[in-house]
Write a protein that binds this ligand. Structure first.
Ligand SMILES: Nc1ncnc2c1ncn2[C@@H]1O[C@H](COP(=O)(O)OP(=O)(O)O)[C@@H](O)[C@H]1O
Ligand SMILES: [Mg+2]
Length: 264
């Protein structure tokens, strides 16, 4: 193939209005029996810059696998991902993207401050800059007074805030979150939703979060993509053009919740 043909059939960039473009993505895992287990099938998804997108689906339908692939931690068997208009070259996670995992993954022997600094240790920042940025990130999530606390001294909500600070300290333009608040009680989860919306506005980030909680998707997201299981494929993407803050019990929210529940 000559260079022009090659460029046409394998473009290196896409529309920058999308923070994330997922193009014809399919993925399967090897199994002990030898038959590949297909987990994702022909996923196409555009996530606009500065928006909040939810990926909603039942357990096992491929949500975490999709997020792992978008983050660059996993390479798909088929298809491509563009981040801010540039296709991933599979050389690893993009520097623009932070990933907040389902478990908080805090290091128990490190204070909140040192857990947040951990995210910066691979870079070239001086120790003082790392300390300053970690302090700022902890203040951003409302934990300025808890820098010296160890994880065992913190409540579930506070641990979530430390994990969020650790994701934010690198100043990502895109934040991926895998069911980040699923272990919290309802009240604490609602507080974390408010915090997240405040920080997203302040930092003008794009957020993609995975959830199996329909109410959470409607309260937070600008668009909700419903995945159908075995193999995971997109059943529908629904825009939620409601003003914020949203109340999951309002009539309009309830209509979206009902519609999404019928799609799952
Ligand atoms: N590394 C892996 N090897 C083999 N199977 C996997 C692996 N990771 C996930 N799976 C399988 O892929 C399917 C989707 O998993 P996952 O993406 O974690 O779903 P979800 O996050 O929606 O619960 C499940 O059946 C799971 O058992
Ligand atoms: Mg999962």
């Amino acid at each position: 193939m000559n260079t022009i043909e090659s460029t046409l059939s394998h473009p290196t960039s896409t529309t920058p209005a999308s923070a994330i473009s997922v193009c014809d993505l399919s993925h399967w895992f090897a199994t002990a029996e030898g038959t590949p287990l297909q987990v994702l099938d022909q996923i196409n998804l555009e996530i606009p810059v500065h928006s909040i997108a939810a990926i909603l689906g039942s357990s096992g339908c491929g949500k975490s696998t999709l997020l792992n692939i978008i983050s660059g931690l996993m390479t798909p068997n088929q298809g491509r991902i563009a981040i801010n208009g540039i296709y991933n070259d599979h050389s690893g996670p993009s520097p623009h993207v932070s990933y907040m995992f389902q478990e908080d993954r805090l290091l128990p022997w490190r204070t909140a401050q040192h857990n947040v600094e951990f995210s910066l240790e691979a870079g070239s920042l001086s120790r003082q800059s790392r300390q300053e940025q970690a302090c700022e990130a902890l203040a951003l999530v409302g934990l300025a007074g808890f820098a010296d606390a160890f994880p065992y001294q913190l409540s579930g909500g506070m641990r979530s805030r430390v994990a969020l600070a650790r994701s934010l300290v690198q100043n990502p333009s895109i934040l991926l979150m895998d069911e980040p608040f699923s272990r919290l009680d309802a009240l604490t989860r609602a507080q974390m939703h408010e915090e997240l919306l405040r920080i997203q506005q302040l930092k003008q980030m794009t957020i993609v979060f995975v959830t199996h909680d329909v109410e959470e998707a409607v309260v937070l997201a600008d668009q909700v993509t419903v995945l159908a299981p075995r193999p995971g494929r997109i059943r529908s993407t629904l825009a939620i053009p409601l003003e914020r803050p949203r109340d999951a019990t309002s009539t309009t929210s309830s209509q979206y919740i009902k519609e999404l529940k019928s799609l799952i």
